[in-house]
Design a protein around this ligand. Structure first.
Ligand code: NAD
Length: 479
């Protein structure tokens, strides 16, 4: 990271942070030094933001698709032009390293997603076209969209929410997580260099502001990514404003390694499927079921990678894993690993904090010989600790994999493509990957089943989810 990127990041920060003496201090996730002050907007300021977004919406919709496409492409260019300073700020606030599938990768995904949103077309659907009737389903803007996001991928997930919304002619009020407000606000500031006023407004506040935003009478649609507990509250508040909801909630993704699989072939992909963003990823591999015949090989191969992968301050170009983002998450991971030890799990590598690196660092951890009922298996750890469970009966492994109340992603691993494909559909999850875990594509729909939420993001389905439908019904061809 060059000095010029650091000073450009400081200038960007100055554009978004609260004036000196106000706001809330935000720490660097790795060093815990203060990096800036997040504005703390009040409910009254939120109400004003929604009113401005509502007033701006008709003109934004009236611009038409071509002009909005042009502006989204310009916003993607603006992100690329500021990529290093955005990545620098993201790395400090969130903790993810610049390198690897981390901060630079996340910023790159933002512009890539916006370009795909711009290029995706949602055509009216002709339902009936005969002598007596011509009926079409057309898609229109919903109005003002609330975009409420988590702290793990704060820029990318915000982009997933706002890109399709803007594309379809909605205006957006975005409320980032109170843990990572600066990253999201910086992204919005860069996009707002090219967007018309009040089309995209960032509000930074606590949970009370999030709750008010979701229940606001002028919000037509809530795009929410976060915990299942908060998702349930948003469902309750939608009883008041009838806002349409897309809920991307918690997960506890399972992977199953089938008999006869070559451990060395899959070890790298397994590792990154679980440890991407230091395990703080919604659709990361969080429980791995491995057949007895290959169990020891898989555990050894994973442990070898985990013990050698560089971890530390994200601004150091060598590192590819970082700290936990916040103390609450650090405590969850510590508690679950201690519980795993107490219940007989074998720590193959890691299993403890790494205080010499900083307060919130935890060593990449592989826990073997752990029972399916351990808390580390049954609860979402959201951190760098992977339980590996041995099985000998494939049906029992699927029973375990599907035996939780969430279903975001899942994976099956096999050297036999036919066996893998057949096994894949047995998983109860919104996505199932074969021989990989967690890869996303801006045109491929993504969403959860069971308590992982409902609604789809990305591609054409993603545009539909931020639109309202209207049936246009008229005379048929020979009428
Ligand atoms: P969280 O639910 O605590 O917070 C998410 C956002 O909701 C924050 O911006 C918060 O301020 C806001 N909020 C809190 N209370 C609210 C309320 N009553 N009404 C409206 N908004 C409110 O989640 P988190 O801890 O930031 O994120 C971690 C969780 O998110 C994990 O469970 C993870 O699996 C999940 N996640 C899911 C996906 C996905 O795509 N399914 C992606 C990333 C993270």
């Amino acid at each position: 990271m060059s000095d010029s990127a650091a000073s450009a990041a400081a200038a960007l920060l100055d554009r978004i942070q609260a004036p000196a003496g106000s706001g809330r201090d935000i720490p660097d996730a790795a060093t815990r030094e203060t990096i800036g002050r997040a504005p703390v907007h009040s409910v009254a300021e939120l109400d004003d933001a929604v009113a401005r977004a509502k007033a701006a919406q008709p003109a934004w919709e009236a611009l038409g698709h071509e002009k909005r496409i042009e502006l989204l492409l310009a916003a993607a260019d603006a992100i690329d032009a500021n990529a290093e300073s955005l990545a620098y700020l993201l790395s400090r606030e969130q903790g993810k390293p610049l390198n690897g599938p981390n901060a630079r990768f996340e910023v790159g995904a933002c512009s890539a997603w916006l370009r795909t949103n711009a290029a995706t077309v949602l055509e009216p659907q002709v339902i009936v076209d005969d002598e007596t009737l011509h009926a079409e389903l057309v898609y229109k803007a919903a109005g003002v969209v609330a975009a409420i996001g988590p702290w793990n991928w704060p820029m990318m997930i915000t982009t997933w929410q706002i890109g399709p919304s803007l594309r379809m002619g909605n205006t957006v009020v975005a409320k980032p997580s109170e843990y990572t407000p600066l990253s999201a606000l910086a992204l919005l500031a860069v996009m707002n260099e090219v967007l018309p006023p009040d089309v995209l407004i960032g509000i930074s506040g606590d949970r009370e502001v999030g709750a008010r935003l979701a229940s606001h009478p002028d919000i037509a649609k809530v795009m929410f990514t976060g915990s299942t507990a908060t998702g349930r509250k948003i469902i309750e508040s939608s009883a008041g404003n009838l806002a349409r909801l897309t809920l991307e909630l918690g997960g506890n993704d399972a992977g199953i390694v089938l008999p006869g699989t070559d451990a060395k072939e899959i070890a790298q992909d397994l590792f990154w499927g679980a440890f991407i963003n230091t395990g703080q990823t919604c659709a990361a591999l969080k429980r791995l079921y491995v057949h007895d015949s290959v169990y020891d090989d898989v555990v050894d191969a994973l442990a070898e990678i985990a013990a050698s992968v560089p971890i530390g301050n994200g601004l150091d170009e060598d590192n590819v894993l970082g700290p936990l983002q916040n103390k609450a998450q650090f405590d969850i991971v510590s508690r679950l690993v201690e519980d795993a030890k107490a219940s007989g799990g074998r720590i193959v590598t890691g299993g403890e904090a790494a205080p010499e690196l900083g307060e919130l660092f935890y060593r990449p951890t592989i826990v073997a010989d752990i029972g399916n009922d351990a808390a580390l298996v049954q609860e979402e750890q959201f951190g760098p600790a992977l339980p590996v469970i041995r099985y000998s009966d494939v049906d029992e492994a699927f029973g375990w994999a599907n035996g939780v109340d969430v279903g975001l992603g899942a994976s099956v691993w096999s050297s036999d493509p036919d066996a893998a494909r057949e096994a894949a559909t047995r998983m109860q999850s919104g996505t199932v990957w074969i021989n990989s875990h967690g890869g996303l594509h801006p045109m491929v729909p993504f969403g959860g089943v069971k308590s992982s939420g409902y609604g789809l993001e990305f591609g054409v389905e993603g545009l539909k989810s931020v639109a309202v439908t209207q049936v246009v019904s008229g005379p048929g061809r020979k009428a």
